[in-house]
Design a protein around this ligand. Structure first.
Ligand SMILES: Cc1cc2nc3c(=O)[nH]c(=O)nc-3n(C[C@H](O)[C@H](O)[C@H](O)COP(=O)(O)OP(=O)(O)OC[C@H]3O[C@@H](n4cnc5c(N)ncnc54)[C@H](O)[C@@H]3O)c2cc1C
Length: 573
């Protein structure tokens, strides 16, 4: 009876070190909600108990209900028949199970039937559900559709769209991408106009929309005719059940077969403006911050599943008279995989807490402003959390999803020829993990998105504190290596700045972002290692590898490989 929470010591460890006191206090309005709602906590300690109980429940459902259905869901897939999308049998059962447990609205406010949890806790749930069946993430993991309506919409819109959403009766989708607007969402063309009665209507096509058959659609559309940039875009809520919204096709994909990826036609479909007109893309950036962390959580879940398969296989498979597990190259690969997963987890959960802080302090400031109270202190806190989130959301998405792809690659490799066979779970995981570094913004777009903040050394003051924090003697060599990495990073930034050319900054973006991610992850692991001998091994291994990789990256920066870009045509054609 595997429980994906209680039996995952690293995830439990991450939960135990969360520092969400300030976030939960704002979220729970100073713990005053207990008067109104039965399950609202009366203190931070009680909130943590509730979160822990819910994580245990998701761990149980994931390990014992969802995981056993994953193979059949992948084989059956979702299908489109006469304009209606049908989920695989197992997907339907999984949704029913999660709805019965009251888990389909965990980040949505209680007034709409949700559980009002911080995003950090929700990410832990997404990790576990994705470990069991990655395709279910686009249903369970899309609660930010509802959260967006709760945050931007009016009370009436919240009640209209969310009460059936949190009960699990309805699901949703975020409709951004069009054939001509993928990474570049400023190019969105889908038209939004007001008819003679003032009713907003949507006309046009969206494609590649996960769960586009959902009942609640959040749609980015061009509300200002004649504009071509982001200022002509607004966000809308639309009922997917309206007869003027039609799923035209679903994609035949490499993986995530349980998740229908839809092309949707909006044929003058009625819709409601969400939030401020012309602020559509600003609001989408807020959604994407959340979504990128969700995809990182999904990737860790898949990597954890692949690791479990690889470990078991290496113990069972005997060659040359002994189990693969006992062979040094295999053991080394397993350790590397473990380090990659745990480093990713530290980075994700160390980072997403800043998203929670940013979002909740913003709400607190709005309330203080409305009450005419001072809020300078909160503003300073908000600015810091916002700066960190702007950096960490693309950085984490990039680093964690690429690391997960590598872990799954290694898991197949450890299976030898059997890893290439359809009957093995790692084959499905290989197909499923591949999308994580593409959707919600592909890797190179994330790197370009992070570089401005990396160059500005946004986490500099945090690193100063972490560097000076004092560590046990047996971690001193790792601390020295991190200091060396920091100097290397600063040196490379100077080199790139001296180039005084925006193209060279983008060309060096990957090397610099890798170094910066390694620094933050290294400090987080070092902190965890203080009191945990096993983590000392993980931290040392990670930091030594990160320094070596950074030295190679620094060599590339110094030798100006970026000048080769001038020769793209002659080299590539
Ligand atoms: C299975 C699946 C599910 C999806 N679900 C959703 C969904 O629910 N809702 C939704 O709105 N969309 C969804 N998408 C769309 C997805 O977010 C896009 O495919 C993704 O953002 C990339 O856009 P694109 O495919 O148009 O690639 P392109 O924009 O054409 O990019 C191609 C490549 O070029 C790179 N690139 C592009 N511009 C730059 C740049 N300026 N600098 C550096 N590199 C660059 C990209 O990183 C990428 O590697 C989904 C896609 C898939 C495949």
């Amino acid at each position: 009876m595997p429980n994906y929470f209680t039996e995952n010591r690293d995830l439990v460890n991450q939960f135990n070190k969360l520092e969400l006191r300030k976030v939960v206090e704002i979220l729970e309005h100073g713990y005053t909600q207990a008067r109104e709602y039965d399950f609202a906590p009366k203190s931070y300690e009680e909130a943590l108990e509730i979160y822990k109980g819910s994580l245990e429940l998701v761990g149980d459902i994931s390990g014992n209900f969802i995981a056993p259905r994953a193979e059949a869901v992948d084989a059956e897939g979702a299908r489109l028949e006469n304009g209606t999308v049908h989920y695989a049998k197992g997907t339907r059962e999984n949704l029913d199970k999660l709805s019965e447990a009251g888990l389909m609205g965990v980040i949505i406010p209680r007034c709409y039937g949700g559980a009002n949890f911080p995003a950090t806790i929700y990410m832990m749930m997404i990790e576990m559900v994705s470990r069991a069946d990655a395709s279910l993430m686009t249903l369970f993991g899309y609660q930010d559709v509802g959260e967006t309506i709760a945050r931007l919409g009016t009370k009436e819109q919240g009640e209209e769209f969310l009460l059936n959403y949190t009960s699990g009766e309805w699901t949703g989708a975020t409709c951004l991408t069009e054939p001509g607007a993928g990474s570049d969402l400023q190019s969105v063309k889908l038209e939004a106009y007001q008819d003679d009665t003032g009713q907003w209507r949507l006309r046009g096509l969206k494609h590649f929309i996960s769960n586009g058959n959902g009942e609640v659609l959040v749609v980015l559309a061009r509300s200002e005719p004649g504009t071509k940039n982001m200022f002509g875009l607004s966000l809308f809520a639309c009922h997917g059940t309206d007869e003027r919204v039609r799923v035209n096709r679903i994609e035949h994909k490499m993986g995530l077969h349980g998740s229908p990826t839809c092309e949707i036609i909006f044929d003058d479909a009625p819709a409601q403006l969400l939030g401020r007109r012309r602020f559509g893309l600003f609001n989408v950036l807020y959604i994407l911050n959340h979504a990128r962390f969700s995809v990182a959580a999904q990737a860790i879940g898949i990597a954890e599943a692949a690791y479990g398969e690889a470990l078991q296989w290496s113990k069972d498979r005997v060659q040359f008279g002994r189990a693969l597990y006992t062979m040094p190259p295999i053991a080394n690969t397993l350790i590397e995989m473990r380090v990659a997963i745990e480093a990713s987890r530290s980075l994700l959960y160390g980072s997403v807490q800043w998203l929670d802080r940013r979002n909740k302090i913003e709400e607190e400031i709005a309330e203080l402003k409305a009450a005419g109270k001072p809020h300078e202190e909160q503003k300073a806190e908000f600015d810091r959390a916002a700066r960190y989130t702007d950096l960490l959301s693309p950085l984490v998405k990039y680093v964690v999803t690429e690391a997960a792809n590598k872990v799954v690659y290694d898991a197949v490799q450890l299976h030898g020829g059997m890893g290439y066979m359809r009957e093995m779970e790692v084959e499905r995981l290989t197909r499923d993990v591949r999308i994580t570094s593409i959707y919600e913004g592909a890797t190179s777009v994330q790197v370009v998105g992070a570089i401005k903040h990396v160059m500005a050394d946004v986490l500099g003051e945090l690193f100063d504190r972490m560097e000076a924090a004092g560590y046990p003697a047996d971690l001193s060599s790792s601390l020295k290596e991190l200091t060396e990495l920091r100097n290397l990073f600063r040196d490379c930034v100077t080199v790139v700045e001296n180039e005084a050319n925006a193209a060279s900054r983008e060309a060096a973006a990957k090397e610099l972002t890798d170094m910066y991610a390694a620094l933050y992850t290294g400090f987080l692991l070092l902190d965890e290692a203080r009191t945990n001998d096993r983590k000392k091994i993980i931290a040392r291994r990670y930091i030594t590898g990160a320094l070596a990789a950074s030295q190679a990256g620094a060599t590339r920066v110094h030798r100006s490989h970026f000048n080769d870009l001038e020769h793209t045509d002659s080299v590539c054609n």
